[in-house]
Design a protein around this ligand. Structure first.
Ligand code: AMP
Length: 964
């Protein structure tokens, strides 16, 4: 056994810089020395530490050179080399010089040029103990180049020692008779260096052994990165990383910056774990935070539920523009059209809804389900809708609203304007025409400084476009009378507002109208005129306010015409014939009325009770004619012949009339036991009740429209020299179109039929409140006395069916009239209308206007609705009368319900109680807004209550009637 000398000295040490290799040991080697010789098989000299100079630098080598002696077995062993627990495979790199055997003079055959490398594993340092048998041979080391006499060659050889498993090992070099100088021994194992790849950190890993060429290594995602699967990578036996599995990505709000995940900067975001960089916040969004996952919508902008949270935010659309309403009378509909909003809010899912309201003052009501929209009223994608089933004489407001996916999200408070309104009033006129009268107005009103002019262009609608002849008029007023038009021809009119420089200002509007065929019987039902008032909210600029009216050129009365007619204008068309002039009243009936066979009449329902019997609603189906709804007046059984004649006299009178505003007689049944009078059916019944039922719901404009109809009917009657004598709202009937028709004719009607009829000192039975003083005083019934009555009807209409002179007695009324007092203006009554009433109540009947004048004036007011805006003075103490200011005995009201009852508003008792308004003191504190808030919605009721409170505050309870 060789004893090992512990001649330890540093052989050689240097850092190993080659990549993927790892210097591990700076080590010492022991050399067998003489003392050990007996322990070795070697018989000649030991390894020596020799100082050498190589390339000018000095260093030490372990050398041996026993080339001339046989059977050399000289060992040189390292110190104990600790093994890295994972390094089962180490590399041994040797630098050495081997002398050419031939370089020795007389070189013997025993000279060797190789040496052997051995290794021995151990769990502990065994010190100098050396047992050759414990070493295993690793390799024979042969030089690539041997060193001759003159030159020196340093060889480098690397060998692998594999399969190591114990705590350490020794290396040993066996010389078998060569001349060797060992310059350095480097022992190392290979690792894959710790690395960050694709945002995963992998630790330094010892490269695998021969039987395990790839080492699988698990990694960890860097901070703020994540991976769905565990990141893995392989370390090759060469110490190189290969094939990474599992990708780490920066978490939401982070982006990759040089193998790290950094927070997104303010103004940018990242919604998902990905390899992408943070993106700038999309349109209308922002974030001030670092590491934003999403950008929040800026104020006023929203994301619809279906919008991606990473997308831009959008605002609600602005209002639809240029909303216009074009009536198409020929097909009974109205076309609403508009331009899409200027600002779509950045969206393309704009839809529109159209809402119809009937508005009066501050309160609006939905139009109900009757109004039809084509294609629909909601979710319209086109900027146009056709509206039909509108009724005449009603003020309609259409609200067109633009919607988008974010409209709902934009709360009411911050909702930007997205609605536009157009208000339209439609009515039928009683006149036909061969020429056309047009007037219009601009709304919103042009700026005052703007000297507005209008360009009116028209041409025949059906003209071949190439040959169309246009007529262009420039006007500085908003009306025109177009004459010399071809009969029965449609014309297209276009009105355009011009600025002071005659440049176009605002939008323009087109409409076509048709003249009547020559000789056509006037049928106002078929002449549909439109009266549109349009106004814009917000951005809306609605161009024109049109009054298109058609009438006969020969009856034209221009706006400049005087109110009161000249005698020549009052030529009757034909004269009414008093049935009394017929000896046999039955002959008169047959002359003026058509006999109907009772089998053609179907009675459906009792709708009223007249003096002579029940009144039914029913159906008339005459042979060869369409079914029509009719009212059937019956004569009750047990009548006398006188009663029968009186009953039928109404038909004799009615049958002589043919006017849009006079109830039309369909016919009579006289040849059968049960006599009947059949008239057109008026769906809304008597006007007084109708007004009371719609208190406050009808605009002044519409009320005036109704009065105009009554006046036209009365003009017709007066032109026929017929004096009605009992003109009152209860004797006016209203149809579905809010058209008013005068009814209740007959010889004895006032005496027999009218509950208002009162016997006067002159013996007659007279409806005192409606009757002119001269008729009361000395039975002077004339058209002028009918005009007085018409004035009272005007008051009834404007006061929504209020009883004239309230609960004053007939005697008090007559006394007041004789003392020159007159009814005061009803609440909200246009001044011009009240002035006309006062004219009708002139004591001197000759000075009262004629019905023709009244029709003209009302027409003029209707053509200029502005003229209705000036409201007559209203004194709540008078118009709401005593009960509004105190109890009937003049004392203050004891309870809220007593007060409400006195002003006929008992229906709101519960509203007051529920709102906790239980004392009159509380009532006195109420403002209009409070009244509205407790649920009083109808403007008329609102005003009645508000005015009553006003009067209560005043505490004046004098009844006065205006003096003329
Ligand atoms: P009169 O006998 O004409 O006063 O009619 C009595 C009631 O019958 C009236 O007050 C109306 O309510 C109703 N009435 C009469 N004529 C008609 C009609 N043509 N259409 C509808 N209702 C009518």
């Amino acid at each position: 056994m060789c004893r090992f000398c512990c001649c330890t000295s540093s052989l050689y040490a240097q850092p190993h810089n080659r990549p993927a290799k790892h210097i591990f040991f700076i080590f010492l080697i022991n050399r067998t020395g003489a003392t050990c010789r007996e322990q070795t098989t070697a018989s000649v000299g030991p390894w020596e530490v020799v100082q050498r100079t190589l390339n000018g630098s000095q260093f030490y080598t372990y050398s041996i050179c026993n080339v001339e002696e046989r059977e050399q077995d000289n060992w040189l062993r390292t110190t104990f080399i600790q093994r890295h627990p994972l390094a089962s495979r180490v590399f041994v790199e040797l630098k050495f010089i081997v002398r050419d055997c031939n370089s020795f003079d007389g070189a013997s055959l025993i000279c060797k040029e190789t040496f052997n490398l051995y290794t021995s594993e151990s769990d502990a340092d065994v010190g100098t103990t050396f047992r050759k048998s414990q070493f295993k041979k690793v390799a024979t080391i042969a030089p690539d180049e041997i060193t001759g006499k003159n030159e020196m060659h340093i060889n480098t050889e690397t060998r692998v020692v594999d399969g190591l498993s114990r705590k350490g090992f020794y290396l040993a070099f066996q010389d078998i008779g060569a001349c060797i100088a060992l310059l350095s021994v480097r022992v190392f194992y290979k690792t894959c260096p710790g690395t960050v790849q694709n945002l995963a950190t992998f630790p330094e890993t010892v490269a695998g052994a021969e039987n395990q060429p790839l080492t699988e290594v698990s990694g960890v995602c860097v901070d703020n990165a994540a991976s769905e699967e565990l990141p893995r990578i392989y370390c090759t036996e060469e110490g190189k990383w290969a094939v990474q599995v599992g990708q780490c990505q920066c978490k939401p709000g982070y982006e990759e910056v040089k193998d790290t995940c950094q927070e997104c900067r303010p103004g940018s975001f990242k919604a998902e774990a990905s390899s992408d960089a943070c993106e700038p916040c999309p349109a209308n969004t922002d974030t001030l935070e670092h590491g934003a996952v999403l950008c929040a919508c800026k104020d006023g902008f929203f994301r619809a539920p279906t919008d991606p949270s990473t997308g831009p935010c959008s605002g609600p659309p602005s209002a639809p523009r240029d909303l216009s309403a074009v009536p198409q009378p020929s097909v009974g509909r109205l076309i609403l059209s508009w331009t899409p909003p200027e600002d779509t809010g950045g969206r393309n899912d704009i839809t529109y809804s159209v809402e119809c309201q009937r508005c009066d003052g501050v309160v609006c009501h939905p139009c109900g389900e009757r109004v039809r929209y084509e294609p629909a009223s909601m979710k319209l994608t086109e900027a146009r809708v056709s509206v039909s089933e509108l009724e005449a004489h009603l003020n309609y407001t259409f609200i067109v609203e633009a919607h988008s996916g974010v409209s709902q999200l934009a709360g009411e408070a911050q909702r930007p304007p997205s609605r536009s309104n157009v208000t339209i009033f439609l009515h039928y006129t009683g006149e036909t025409s061969t020429s056309l009268a047009l007037s219009w107005d601009v709304s919103p009103r042009p700026r005052p400084q703007l000297n507005i002019r209008y360009k009116l262009t028209y041409h025949k609608k059906d003209d071949n476009l190439d040959k169309t002849t246009y007529t262009v008029l420039t006007l500085d007023k908003n009306s025109a009378q177009i004459k010399d038009l071809a009969p029965g021809t449609a014309y297209l009119f276009r009105v355009q507002a011009l600025g002071s420089d005659d440049n176009s200002e605002g939008s323009r509007m087109e409409e076509h109208f048709e003249t009547l065929t020559e000789g056509t019987e006037q049928n106002p039902c078929t002449s549909f005129t439109s009266f549109m008032q349009m106004y814009g909210c917000f951005y809306l600029f609605i161009p024109f306010f049109f009054v298109f009216r058609k009438r006969n050129s020969h009856t034209r009365q221009g706006p400049e015409d005087t109110y009161f007619s000249t005698p020549e204008q009052l030529k009757p068309l034909k004269t009414y014939v008093d049935p009394h002039t017929y000896e046999d009243p039955n002959v008169a009936v047959l002359k003026f009325a058509t006999e109907i066979h009772p089998s053609h009449i179907t009675k459906q329902k009792v709708i009223g009770a007249g003096e002579f019997g029940e009144v039914y609603r029913g159906i008339l189906k005459a042979p060869g004619r369409k079914e029509v709804a009719v009212a059937i007046k019956t004569l009750k059984p047990g009548y006398t012949e006188k009663q029968r004649q009186d009953f039928l006299s109404e038909a004799s009178i009615m049958g002589q009339f043919s006017h849009q505003n006079i109830i039309r007689l369909e016919g009579v049944v006289t040849k059968f036991k049960h006599a009947m009078i059949v008239t057109e059916y008026m769906e809304n019944g008597a006007l007084d009740r109708y007004l009371r039922d719609h208190d406050g719901e009808i605009s002044s404009f519409q009320l005036v429209g109704m009065l105009r109809g009554i006046a036209a009917g009365m003009k017709y009657l007066s032109d026929m020299s017929y004096v009605h004598r009992d003109l009152a709202a209860r004797n006016i009937l209203v149809n579905n179109n809010m058209e008013c028709k005068v009814s209740d004719f007959g010889l004895s009607r006032v005496l027999e039929d009218d509950p208002e009829g009162t016997y006067t000192t002159s013996g007659g039975k007279i409806p005192i409140r409606w009757t002119a003083p001269e008729a009361i005083a000395y039975r002077k019934f004339t058209s002028a006395s009918d005009v007085w009555s018409f004035g009272i009807v005007m008051w009834e209409v404007m006061a929504f069916g209020e009883r004239p002179y309230w609960d004053m007695s007939n005697h008090e009324v007559m006394k007041a009239i004789n003392e020159a007092f007159r009814l005061p203006a009803p609440m909200d009554c246009p001044s011009a209308v009240y002035q006309l009433m006062l004219q009708c109540w002139l004591q001197d009947r000759a000075k009262r206007p004629r019905f023709g004048d009244i029709v003209s004036l009302l027409d003029k007011l209707l053509r200029s609705p502005e003229s209705l805006k000036t409201i007559a003075d209203f004194d709540p103490r008078v118009s709401i009368r005593l009960p509004s200011t105190s109890g009937s005995d003049g004392s203050p009201f004891r309870s809220v319900s007593e007060w409400l009852e006195s002003i006929k508003m008992s229906q709101y008792s519960e509203n007051f109680t529920c709102a906790g308004i239980v004392t009159m003191e509380q009532v006195l504190q109420m403002k209009t807004e409070d009244i509205k808030n407790i649920g009083v919605r109808l403007p008329g009721h609102l005003k009645r209550i508000a005015y009553s409170i006003l009067g209560l505050k005043d505490q004046t309870s004098t009844l006065s009637v205006f003096a003329v």
